[in-house]
Design a protein. Sequence first.
Length: 223
Amino acid sequence: MGRAPCCDKANVKRGPWSPEEDQQLREFIEKHGTGGNWISLPQKAGLRRCGKSCRLRWLNYLRPNIKLGDFNEDEDRIICSLVAAIGSRWSIIAAHLPRRTDNDIKNYWNTKLKKKLLGLQQTPNMKPQQQMLPSTYYYSAVSAPAPAAAAAAVADLVEGIPIAPCFWSSFTALNHQNGGGDVIFGGAQYGGGSGEASWGPYSSGAKATVCASSSRSWSLYHC
DNA sequence: AAGCCTGGCAACCGCACGATG
DNA sequence: ACATCGTGCGGTTGCCAGGCT
């Protein structure tokens, strides 16, 4: 037996929220708070909506200090760094971007930023050393299937690269398959493992050195 | 002008997890 | 220990506006 639905779908309104509904929800929460119970909130607020829908609407659009609209370059950089580091953990990424919501970031990534990065992606056999890596977006990736090949490929790709000074998230290495292994960038060591983040700040003139051992599949990003 | 296509975004769905009894 | 409930999260869907033919 599956779990009971959170609301009676036949009797709740779905689809876009009207300004009147927004106002009703906003006024209720500003006056009474959520009461720690979203399921019963719509009834108390006189809304014919599912509690989850109310929660989503409030968190993503109605709560105070939400920042909507275009993302700036700093935000882009943070997003691409964190996606490279931890994957699509939108709630965590949103925690690094004050006033942005996870849904907003997710949509932005899926519709714009991902394409932007892919458009900048270099050819696989071009070494970063052959390019300049300033503070703007740069994306480079290499993947290798076997441990030895991965280690060699990683080392070959980034060994000796001058690391441009940047506030954080300079280099990120991902071990996609939890294969372990360590990567050393700029003298700082970070453990391998899926979702392992490694970020700066890095000082000007530092060189990347790599020691990848038992990894299976690595991707390298420099944002 | 009309129809089609595409991209962007708001909203929904279902699952996982923690809290509680 | 187990069942139930509410919440949080990420993936996906569907609508709509704008561009293109």
